[in-house]
Structure formats: C-alpha cells, structure tokens
Design a protein around this ligand. Structure first.
Ligand code: ASP
Length: 730
C-alpha cells in the first residue's frame, strides 16, 4: 500500500516537475522548521536531534555557520574564531593583498602569528541568532478583495514594525524575508562582525588547481579553501576593525573528522544557498535557454577572450584582473552547463506537461480562481522580453565589460546632485569616498585591456539591446560616424577623457567646483556614463520592475495553487540566501552515456593532470615531491591522499564554502562546486545527475600542516577520529 502510494505520488510530482522528500536529495530545507524532512534525514544516517542542528535557546550547529562576505558561506572551526571557506570566496581579499612583490595568488599566504593576519576591509561575517515564522503577522490587516498595491503597503508596514521590535529586543539586526514568492515570511535576526582577517590561503596551484578548465567539472582536484579569523571587542561583540579587538569566541565550533567520507555515508551541507527558481514556468525556462543565456554567454565569452589573453601577456594585468576574471568566467561556464542540461532534459517541455496537468486540475475546482495564472505568465514573458534583455545587457556591459562607465558614474552622481550634497554638509565626505574608490579602481585598471573590452563589447551590446534602451549614446562619438570602426572610436573616447588617467582624475577632483562642471560635462566618458545610467534608471528599471511586480504576484498565486492541489507533498522553498540544510549521501554519478564517476579523487590525479606548460595544471616542485613521496601524514587513507568528493546534496551558488557534515555533524569537507551536468539544478533538479563537489577536509588539513607548515593552526581545532575509536587533538 505504502509502495503504491509512493509510486503514485512520484508520478504525479514528476509530472508537476517538482520533486519532494521521496527523492530524498532535492531541496534546501529551513533548519528552524525541519519537521517535514527530519525522519528522512535520520533514515539516511543523521544522528543529531533537530535541536542539535538549530536551536535559539542553546548552542547548536547553526552557531558555527557564517554568511561570509554577503555571497558565500564559512564555518567556525576553532573556539578562537577561526573559519574555513573556499579559496574562491576569499579570492577578492587574497587578490587585494597581492602585488608583484607579494604574490599571494601564486604562492599562497600564511600568517605565522596573529600579528601577521591581514585585515580585510569591508569583509563581514554574519551569524543567525534566530529565525521565526511571522507569516500570520505579515498578513495581519489584509482583507480579501483588497488591491495588490494596498495589500503590499500593509505588508510593508507590518514588516517594518516586526523588524523594529526584533532589533530592539535582540540587539541584533532583524529582517523579515519573503519565501515562496510571499506565501511565507520569516523574521531572521542576525549578528554581523566586521573585523575579519585573512589567516591563510594555499598557492593558486592548489586553491585554483584546474582553473577555468576544471571549474564546474568532475573529476576535480582543487584545494578550494582559505582560512580567516573573526575578531570582536572585549565583550565578544561586533566591532569595527581595531588593534585591540580579540578573536571571537563562537557559540559553537565544528569538530573535524579525520575519518573521511565514504560511499553511502550520510552527508549534509549547511549554509546560505543564494537563489534557486524551481517553480519557474515553461515560458521562463524558454526565455533563459533561448534568450538570456545566449546573450550573456556571448558577451562574457568576448570579455574573457580579451582578459585571459591580457593576463597571460602581462604579469601585472594577471594580478589586477584575477578577481574580475574569476567572477566573469564562473557564471559564464555555469550558464553554458545550465543551458545544456535544461535542453538535454527538455525542462521546458516537462514544465509544459506539468502546466497542462495543473490547468486540468484547477478546471475541476468548484471555484477556479487560478485560471488566469498561466496565460498571464505567458503574456508577461512575451511583453517583457526586450526590457529584460536590455536590463541584463546593461548589467553585462557596464559591470562585466569596460569598467570606466560604471566607475565614472559616481562623479556623474556627485555633479548632478552637487547642490543637495553640498548644502547637506556631506561634500567633503563624498569626495573622499570617491577618492578612496578611485584608488581601488586604478590599482586594478589597465587601459589597454579596457580599450579592447570597449572595442569588442560595445558592438555586441548594440546588437542585443534595443537601441532605444541605451546603446544609441555611442552614435555621438562614432569615428567618422561609422559603426565598424570601433578601434578608432575607442581612441577618440579614451584619449579625450580624463577618466583614462588617474593623475588627471585626482587633479580634477582636487579642483572640483561648480565652475569646472561645464568642462567635465564635455568629457565623452562622463557623457556616455550619464546617458547609459539615465536610460537605465528612467526607462529600463521602472519598466522591468513593473513587469516584475506583476510576475511576483502571479508566481505567488501559482505556488499557492500548486501547494493547494496536493497537500501530501513536502514542498521546499526556493533558496534566497537564507540559512538552509541540504542532505543526501556521499555518492558518485554517471552523468552521461559511458561515464561512471567514482565519488572521490586523490593526489595521484593531480600528478596525472599536472603539466608544466599549462597554467591551470602547473604545480610547484615541493608539492609534486610530497605527492610523489606519498608524505600524507595523518591525513591519508589506504596509501592515498583524497582531495575532493561528491554527494547528492542539492546546493547552489552561496553554498560555496559551506561545511559538508557527516551524520554526527562533524566537518568532512568544504562545499565548493557542482558538476557541470548539475548546473541546471537551480531550475530543474535531477536526482541521478546532480552532484555537489567538496574538498576533503583531510586534504585541507594536509595542506595547512604538511605542505604549508602552518600546523600551529591545527592546535586550535578539534580533530576527531572515530574509526579507531579514539579522539585525538593535535
Ligand atoms: N561554485 C559555485 C559558486 O561559485 C557553487 C555552486 O554553485 O554550486 O558559488
């Protein structure tokens, strides 16, 4: 009977295109409300109670989980505030501290004492204090029949009140977050520490081994980790960076297992997944696969072609553009994998089947209030296509293409709002902020690379984006009025602009007064920047937001309707950068015909891949020698040093750096990626195909201890080994 039920539900869910707990591995679960999946977790091997995982009354695993820098996760591994995250999550800061003299990107960095730890200005570490379902309070005062605008005004005011109360009561920061397109709301109280210092990073040949070639790919051999430390004031509270701060004492620090991860073991990832969209309609999937991804992929392919070459040609550019290159290439390759996966599994087609099933179901309702949803979604996607392309094209061009226009816009902003800023007494601060940003900008700016980006990306931007939505600004500056002489146009624009040269720029800032505005306003970069952003703010953004407002309202009703149609399913809420647990098993995969991947890789694979002349696969001699001599210390297993492994945990961007934990909640790895075939999982999860990739924590410890001789850091950690029934502390 149970089996028949299970089968029936599985069939129905696969038709709906939505998976549930019966697939066991799909989903990113809210740790504060785990009831619906806790038995499944236990069934797979979890040994902890719900309270061990998440409690607001006593210390629990959640107190070791850190939102790192806004977009990644980290975990506390010592009672002195030491945290692990990915190398690629700490990359901006490793790059920031690097120069030709101190090339930490290439050689790595290890603070051999607290004094040597490097301050990372702007880096924040956030802990979750509590999470509480406030859906009922958020809907308080909203009556049936109210207009969407009115309801949203009331919700906004409820939100403000709940947040204010929470922040006052807790001393932390209270924020109400919407889940499932506003069908559910949680109040999340956080505490954020802003003195976070770099403690260690392996050389690029470990932390970025395989580079872009291996990114999103299994088999993988990247030691993708870095080490930071959180500092607090003498009361263990958040404090601005100060010499007097001391290492933060956490509510909980993870034990680190030396036992490793083995096939079939329970594994969970605890962190802050960024964004998934598993309820998207077929129209949205079509838009992604046919329009959005092709444009974004081709724009990034173009910029990467230039940046990659320039980084190879010039060592200074290699350091200057390292972090930008990583940012661009990471999403670029992900989108290619995503499009391939969505097409291969005909995600849009499956959604269409689910949608007709949905229509059939609602048509049999006594009172069908949902009949307009799918037709309206179709219309919205059709009508918003060109503005959405304009919005995405603007972002790709201005933030991932030539950099000068977004940089120039702070000055545009200052000049346009000069009177207001100066009469509010904020002028001096504003100018010093602009100068500070300019110092950071010019440190990593190479004019030749910039011009090449302009020459190649501007015509692409003009090709994809409707001319009324931005690109026409360039017509004024075209060399001889021609649209095929972009190199000459670039020479004209950049040679005439004071933004191209840092000394002119600073001089101009020093002498800035209203009288000089007329001259500045003639600058071509100033003008293009102003125009691009004006069109964006006046036209593109409002139009796109209006569509988005309608879309969110429809999706909210769609999700509600799907859930009402079948209440036997444990639905999960799309990721939204809030704390989640994904669970599954350590397992390999057979993603394509003829492929059958083991679930782990070893240092032997690094030796096999290594190639002296290939940048992504070049390793230093001392590393090679340790591998060849098999100096694995306490971290080997059966004569091998395991490097990475895969599990069936549903993860996404933002889970980078998340702890991979065994059934006892001990650290077994650091999550850093998914296989290429899994990149579709933000929209469409396939339990047989989708696998996340983690670096084996024993490899992390080996690099710190044996390779980098920073073993003193391990003295702070709790290393446990149960396989030999003895706990050891180094
Ligand atoms: N590698 C990813 C990231 O950059 C993690 C993932 O999406 O699985 O965030």
């Amino acid at each position: 009977m149970i089996i028949i039920m299970r089968k029936k539900i599985l069939i129905m869910l696969s038709v709906l295109g939505i998976a549930c707990r019966l697939y066991a591995h799909e989903g990113m679960w809210i740790p504060a409300v785990l009831d619906v999946v806790y038995d499944d977790m236990k069934g797979l091997g979890l040994k902890l109670t719900k309270d061990d995982l998440f409690s607001i009354n006593h210390s629990s695993l959640k107190d070791a989980i850190v939102l790192f820098g806004g977009g990644c996760t980290a975990e506390v591994v010592s009672d002195q505030g030491l945290i692990f995250t990915n190398h690629h999550c700490g990359f901006d800061f490793i790059q920031f501290h690097s120069s030709l003299e101190h090339d930490y990107l290439t050689h790595g960095f290890w603070a051999m004492s607290r004094e040597e730890e490097l301050i990372c200005e702007g880096l924040k570490a956030t802990f979750i204090v509590s999470m509480e379902d406030v859906t009922e309070r958020m809907f308080g005062g909203i009556a049936e029949g109210m207009s969407g605008e009115e309801a949203s005004r009331i919700r906004e005011s409820n939100k403000r009140q709940i947040e204010a109360e929470a922040s006052k009561k807790s001393g932390g920061e209270g924020v109400v977050r919407a889940f499932d397109y506003g069908n559910q709301f949680f109040l999340i109280v956080t505490r954020t520490y802003s003195d976070v210092r770099l403690v260690g990073a392996p050389p690029g040949a470990i932390g970025k081994f395989g580079g872009d070639t291996d990114n999103w790919v299994w088999p993988r051999h990247t030691g993708d980790f870095s080490v930071f430390r959180i500092y607090a004031n003498e009361n263990n509270e958040p404090a601005a960076v100060a010499a007097a701060n001391r290492p933060y004492t956490p509510g909980f620090s993870l034990e680190i297992s030396l036992d490793g991860a083995h096939e079939g073991d329970y594994a969970m990832v605890y962190g802050f997944p960024g964004r998934t969209e598993h309820y998207l309609s077929s129209y949205a999937v079509d838009y992604i696969v046919q329009k959005s991804n092709p444009m974004r992929i081709s724009m990034r392919e173009t910029s990467l072609g230039i940046i990659d070459r320039r980084m190879k040609e010039d060592d200074k550019v290699r350091i200057q553009y390292a972090a930008k290159q990583s940012d661009i290439s990471n999403a670029y390759k992900k989108w290619i994998g995503q499009s391939m996966g969505l097409s291969r599994f005909d995600a849009a087609g499956k959604k269409r089947v689910a949608e007709s099933d949905f229509e059939q179901k609602i048509s049999s309702l006594k009172e069908n209030n949902y009949g307009d949803i799918l037709p309206s979604l179709e219309t919205i996607y059709k009508n918003s296509e060109s503005v959405n392309i304009a919005r995405e094209g603007f972002i790709e061009y201005v933030f991932y293409g030539p950099e000068i226009f977004s940089f120039a816009h702070q000055l545009v902003d200052l000049i346009v709002n000069y009177e207001m800023i100066s009469s509010s007494g904020k002028l001096k601060d504003k100018i010093s902020e602009i100068k500070k940003n300019a110092r950071l900008f010019y440190k990593d700016f190479d004019l030749s690379t910039e011009k090449e980006l302009f020459v190649s990306m501007t015509p692409l931007y003009r090709q994809y984006v409707d001319h009324s939505m931005g690109p026409d600004v360039f017509n004024r500056y075209l060399y001889k009025g021609k649209t095929d002489l972009w190199e000459n146009t670039a020479e004209l624009i950049y040679a005439k602009s004071f933004f191209s040269d840092s000394s002119y720029y600073f001089q101009m800032l020093d002498r800035l007064q209203p009288k000089s505005f007329a001259k500045i306003e003639k600058d071509p970069v100033y003008n293009i920047s102003k125009n691009l952003f004006d069109v964006y703010y006046i036209k593109i953004k409002p139009e796109a937001s209006a569509f988005n407002f309608q879309l969110e309202a429809l999706m909210s009703r769609y999700v509600k309707a799907i859930r009402e149609m079948d209440t036997s399913v444990n639905y999960w809420s799309d990721a939204n950068s809030t704390l989640r647990i994904s669970f599954g098993k350590v397992e390999g995969s057979a993603p394509r015909d003829g492929m059958d991947y083991t679930y782990y890789t070893t240092s032997d694979g690094i030796l096999q891949k290594s190639e002296e002349d290939v940048y992504d696969y070049k390793i230093p001699d001392d590393l090679r020698s340790l591998f060849e001599r098999r100096v694995f210390g306490a971290y080997g297993e059966n004569g091998q040093l395991r490097v990475a492994f895969t599990s069936s945990n549903h993860t996404t961007g933002g889970n980078s750096g998340s702890p991979a934990l065994n059934g006892k909640g001990q650290l077994i790895g650091i999550n850093f990626d998914r296989t290429w075939e899994s990149t579709m999982s933000d929209v469409f999860y396939h339990p047989d195909i989708c696998r996340n990739i983690m670096v084996d924590v024993r490899y992390v410890l080996w690099v710190i201890d044996v390779y980098a001789h920073a073993g003193y850091l391990l003295d702070e950690m709790k290393l446990v080994r149960y396989s030999s029934e003895k706990a050891e502390s180094k």
